[in-house]
Design a protein around this ligand. Structure first.
Ligand code: ATP
Ligand code: MG
Length: 783
């Protein structure tokens, strides 16, 4: 009989096999999460090779991220038994298009050496055009125009094709400015990101001979995550596929999560129309997740309207229910997840151990990562951040910290170099060189060198004014730092009232947060915040969020120095590369991936679903958020945690959070409600779970403060009834209290210990409400 040449076919179900073996003609694989779409796509490429249908370089395969492309390459290599070298046309839309455009740049008036503009330049260019058009840049900001142009490019609209209502945009000047912008780019021999696809579509439409060459060349075209393609990408694909018509797209309308970037889920529906006779294959067996996880995800997504609709089933019956847990605040949530990850990795949760590499925390917004990173660094848990650097390695965080360093010590030359021209101050390489020389010749720091240079008039023009302002700013910040430090060094106050140091929820003590104000001032005065506010890239809002998160992180420190030291120390804690690590990433980045254990924190209205989606009229935004929830839950193979916090701290203020409306939509019969830490140590599906999902919902409805809501109280009572003797200790600096202990405080009277917050005790007083205070100032109130 001999060896089968196609061992990979054995591992496929009949529908997948059909998708792999139907090599001629258009194929659309439309199926839910975890049904083996990507697997089938990968096998299809291997199959094309083994059957000699095509060479590796005749296959065009588009994935959504570079990571996905790399993984696919590896998997194909494995299927073919060895690593593969040449698959030049496997990559993201952008990476493939850059390659093509380099070959044909002259057709759109560019040289092969064209540059891809960074957004700073892009905004500056647009600003010039707006001013030249005599428009008020305040009313008509460059950022807005940039967003508009991006949107048009996503729809493959060149300036002359912007018609109808769209021409009214930007004071009826939008399309005209768009045309000027494209012209300027051409003279600069530059493109922006949107141009990569737009130019290729233009070339294919205008030069049929070029198009034909590629139509012939690409014998097979494959697209993963097809539901997230935008119109320009779709047109580009359609043009290329008109040759051999061997195009295979796989997607899931329920996982379309890039609508905000112009993705059109309607592309799936158009496929059947545009490619007559397309074979549509549906996969229904989910191979990834257990029954409860799949059921929870299916129920959640069923809340969306106008779905294509799919049935999903799994052989993996039983298993763990989805685990839902509420926390006091965001820090508590991070602490708890850290402990849970560790416990799971040791196998102390009554299950086989799950190594760190098999666990992932998926957040809605990247600024949520900071709390986890701090926690993990503190307890020495190795972690990796996918789809971006770790929090303190992010560009905006490093920039901000360089400013702080400069404020503390103006002679920090490295910091000076990092931020002197960020944001752009007209102090380019030449000006910086002059400063360097001046400093070196006089044996002084760069900031002193700059001062000398200014005094001599050694620097002229706009840069001089900007440099003067910069140096003056540094001096002023430094003066504030120095003025504050004696106060910070002051010995603890003798004053009785201050000893009690009650941190009232709403009003943080003024002196405690002066460094926060300074930090904010530094970022404002330097123009750094404005730089990101004026930036129109999709990442810019995230960067601003990260800066806010940075300020939040400062709260736990006395001053800027203390904070910088902390960061320096924890960053030293670098984990080795070979080590197993827990994964931290955004929901958007997790598309297509899978993990045995998934944590989904921050399910709170305003965070997830995002505030923006809730403010929008109509359901579009909310539906996209719901799909994001579906993507999140369906990443989990065996264990999935959803959590929320009742409070989050924003600028020293507590903000009450409502559990996410999506929590109400989860099916109670597939969810275990875990008791919050500190109430009874956390119960695992101990029989009272099912019926208390309703009380979670009560909690949501009744009050934003989950701990004070009737639902929460009920949970608490149930928690006490089920016998879990080992309540966690609320360990504080001087005292130990158990959660639930009755205590007495001189000023506030009787209360009950709810938990801890940093080194403070959180007490809910019968009369005075919830307070955080130093443990030594309460005494046990023994009956
Ligand atoms: P997503 O929608 O999340 O991208 P997907 O449909 O692309 O999911 P895959 O990632 O290809 O799904 O597959 C999910 C899991 O199921 C993978 O671990 C894969 O190896 C496994 N799998 C797929 N098909 C089969 C099969 N026929 N037999 C056994 N396991 C399979
Ligand atoms: Mg996939």
């Amino acid at each position: 009989a001999g060896m089968r040449p196609e061992p990979y076919l054995d591992g496929l179900n009949p529908a997948q096999r059909e998708a792999v073996e139907t090599m001629d003609g258009p194929v659309l694989m439309l199926a839910g999460a975890g049904t083996g779409k990507t697997k089938a796509l990968t096998c299809r490429i291997a199959h094309l090779m083994t059957t000699g249908r095509a060479q590796l370089n005749e296959v065009l395969a588009v994935t959504f991220t570079n990571k996905a492309a790399r993984e696919m390459k590896d998997r194909i290599g494995a299927l073919l038994g060895g690593s593969i070298e040449g698959m030049p046309w496997l990559g993201t839309f952008h990476s493939v298009c850059v390659k093509l455009l380099r070959r044909h740049a002259e057709l759109v008036g560019l040289k092969t050496s064209f540059t891809i503009l960074d957004t700073d330049d892009q905004i500056r260019l647009l600003k010039q055009l707006i001013l030249a058009a005599n428009m008020d840049e305040k009313r008509w900001p460059a950022r807005m125009l940039a967003g508009l142009i991006d949107g048009w490019k996503n729809k493959a609209l060149t300036p002359d094709r912007v018609t109808g209502g769209e021409t009214a945009a930007f004071d009826h000047r939008g399309s005209e400015l768009y045309a000027q912008y494209q012209e300027r780019l051409r003279t600069l021999n530059a493109v922006d990101f949107g141009d990569l696809l737009l130019h290729m579509v233009t070339i294919f439409q205008k030069y049929p001979d070029v198009l034909e060459r590629y139509q012939r060349w690409f014998k097979y075209i494959l697209v993963d995550e097809y539901q997230d393609t935008n119109v320009a990408q779709y047109l580009w694909l359609r043009l290329l596929a008109q040759g051999h018509k061997n195009i295979c797209c796989v997607g899931d309308d329920d996982q379309s999560i890039y609508g905000w970037r112009g993705a059109e889920v309607g592309n799936i529906l158009r496929f059947e129309r545009d490619f007559a006779g397309a074979k549509v294959i549906r996969l229904e067996q989910n191979y990834r997740s257990t029954e409860h996880i799949l059921a929870a995800a299916s129920k959640l997504i069923s809340g969306n309207e106008g779905r294509l609709g799919k049935t999903l089933w799994t052989e993996a019956q039983g298993g763990e229910k989805l685990r839902l847990i509420g926390h006091w605040d965001g820090e508590e949530e991070a602490r708890w997840i850290g402990e849970e990850v560790e416990a799971l990795s040791r196998g102390t949760r009554g299950m086989a151990p799950y190594g760190l590499e098999s666990q992932a925390i998926l957040v809605r917004a990247s600024h949520q990562m900071r709390a986890f990173e701090d926690r993990f660094l503190t307890i020495g848990m190795p972690y990796r951040v996918i789809g971006g650097p770790r929090f303190y390695e992010r560009m905006e965080i490093r920039d901000a910290m360089a400013y702080f360093r400069l404020a503390i010590s103006p002679e920090d030359d490295l910091a000076f170099e990092r931020v002197i021209n960020t944001p752009k101050r007209g102090l380019g390489d030449k000006a910086q060189q002059k400063i360097q020389i001046e400093a070196r010749e006089n044996g002084v720091s760069l900031v002193e060198g700059a001062r000398l240079l200014l005094a001599q008039g050694g620097i002229s023009g706009k840069g001089a004014g900007q440099l003067r302002a910069f140096v003056a700013n540094v001096d002023r910040w430094n003066a504030v730092v120095r003025a504050a430090s004696p106060a910070a060094a002051r010995s603890p106050a003798e004053d009785d009232d201050e000893l009690f140091e009650v941190l009232d929820d709403a009003v943080p003590p003024a002196n405690d947060h002066s460094h926060l104000r300074l930090a904010e001032e530094i970022l404002e005065d330097s123009g750094y915040v404005a730089m990101w506010q004026n930036d129109k890239t999709p990442e810019a809002p995230g960067r601003l969020e990260n800066l806010k998160e940075l300020i939040k992180a400062l709260e736990q420190f006395e001053n800027l120095q203390g904070f910088l030291e902390h960061v320096a120390l924890i960053m030293d804690n670098e984990s080795k590369d070979s080590e197993a690590k827990v994964t931290l990433m955004t929901l958007h980045g997790a598309k297509g991936l899978e993990f045995p254990v998934v944590f989904l924190p921050g399910w709170e209205d305003g965070l997830f679903p995002s505030q923006r989606s809730m403010d929008e009229s109509g359901m579009k935004g909310l539906e996209e958020e719901r799909r994001l929830g579906y993507v999140g839950i369906t990443r989990a193979e065996e264990v999935c945690y959803v959590s929320f916090a009742g409070n989050r701290r924003v600028y020293g203020q507590w903000q009450s959070q409502m559990p996410s409306r999506f929590i109400d939509e989860l099916p109670p019969e597939h969810v275990d409600v875990m008791t919050p830490p500190g109430l009874n140590g956390g119960g695992y599906g101990s029989g009272y779970g099912q019926s208390t999902l309703g009380s979670q919902i009560d909690a949501r409805a009744a009050s934003a403060d989950v701990y004070n809501s009737p639902g929460w109280k009920r949970l608490q009572t149930r928690g006490v009834q089920s016998q879990t003797p080992s309540r966690p200790r609320a360990v504080t600096v001087e005292n130990e209290f158990d959660v639930g202990d009755r205590v007495f405080h001189k000023k506030f009277g009787y209360g009950e210990v709810m938990g801890t917050e940093a080194d403070k005790l959180v007490v809910e007083f019968d009369k005075a409400g919830t307070k955080k205070l130093i443990a030594s100032f309460v005494v046990p109130a023994d009956t």
